[in-house]
Design a protein around this ligand. Structure first.
Ligand SMILES: Nc1nc2c(ncn2[C@@H]2O[C@H](COP(=O)(O)OP(=O)(O)OP(=O)(O)O)[C@@H](O)[C@H]2O)c(=O)[nH]1
Ligand SMILES: [Mg+2]
Length: 308
């Protein structure tokens, strides 16, 4: 396929087109991903998550600038769990996108998930395949952290960065309450705001706690993304983390987990498609009617649907 050829040569327009195909679940998409898969495995996938408005996009923009100075090629995917055309922050993203879009070594893209089940994981994985095949050294995946979706992203990346800002006490409570597995690097952005020191202390205690269970102790960084402050240090930690992953054998483990998640999702997708394909879609409607009329229950009906 010509598009694939062009992508493998680093053509950004081809990348944009291919991601659209994938995003729209175009018929060609599966074929494209199949072809690209063998060209993947060289990208460092870095997830950036945190509450709305903490400065994730601003931070990614600055981190990208630092990486570009080091000669690294960077892919950026902002994944919006709801509608990607709403909200003021998107406008900001757009402006930055135009600034970066003239750089041949940067590819930036927003993706919607249309509320699909597992949409974030799917979008992340598929965009990463395209950008990896394209030869990007680092791919940032920005997602808004909100409970479930926040933890899902960790399964699809090598390194995860949790961004917080001062004055978000509830978030830390949530961290302490049990989502401790997330975050290889902690960033307190908006370090120009009051409450920074307190938040750093709290995150450091979370990091200490994590260090009791694992070899890697998450570093805590303070940044002011809007002024490009503290971003060199974050980039160093991103590089350190990759080195740690590779030296400890953890990289291989994460790749296996990532692959397992990906494979599982593809099988689920396929099963779901099959459940609704052809004659089955009629059978589905018929069974649904029976469930509604209380002639059967959804558990029995589901088994019946997938029987043959
Ligand atoms: N004071 C201050 N403001 C910042 C800093 N970083 C970002 N901002 C501002 O915070 C607002 C949100 O920044 P974004 O980078 O869009 O934040 P985001 O986390 O990507 O937001 P969503 O994608 O909507 O969740 C913008 O108005 C930024 O200019 C900072 O370090 N200090
Ligand atoms: Mg953003």
């Amino acid at each position: 396929m010509e598009l694939v050829e062009r992508l493998l040569n680093g053509d950004k327009r081809a990348a944009a087109k291919l991601i659209s195909l994938v995003e729209n679940e175009d018929r060609e998409a599966a074929e494209v991903l199949r072809e690209l898969y063998q060209h993947t495995g060289n990208t460092h996938i870095v997830g950036i998550t945190g509450p709305p408005g903490v400065g994730k996009s601003s931070l990614v923009y600055e981190l990208t600038k630092v990486l570009r100075k080091k000669g690294k090629k960077v892919g950026i995917v902002a994944i919006d769990p709801t509608s990607r055309f709403t909200g003021g922050a998107i406008l900001g993203d757009r402006i930055r996108m135009t600034e970066l879009s003239t750089d041949e070594g940067v590819f930036m893209r927003s993706m919607g998930t249309r509320g699909h089940h597992g949409g974030i994981a799917k979008a992340t994985t598929e965009a990463a395949i395209v950008l990896d095949a394209m030869g990007m050294d680092v791919v940032f995946v920005e997602t808004v952290g909100a409970g479930q979706s926040q933890s899902m992203i960790w399964e699809c990346v090598h390194t995860s960065i949790l961004v917080e800002m001062p004055g978000m006490g509830d978030e830390i409570q949530a961290l302490k309450a049990g989502i401790l597995e997330i975050g290889d690097i902690f960033v307190v952005n908006k370090g120009d705001m009051e409450g920074t020191d307190q938040l750093v202390k709290e995150l450091e205690s979370v990091a200490e706690y994590k260090a009791m269970e694992q070899e890697w102790k998450p570093p805590v960084h303070v940044t002011i993304a809007t002024e490009g402050k503290g971003t060199d240090e974050v980039v160093s930690s991103i590089e350190d983390h990759l080195e740690y992953l590779k030296e400890s054998g953890e990289y291989q483990k994460r790749e296996e987990e990532r692959t397992k998640g990906e494979f599982t999702r593809i099988v689920q997708d396929l099963l779901l498609k099959k459940a609704f394909a052809g004659e089955r879609s009629k059978k589905f409607d018929q069974l649904l009617k029976e469930i509604i009329e209380k002639k059967t229950d959804p558990f029995t009906a589901a088994e019946k649907l997938l029987e043959e």
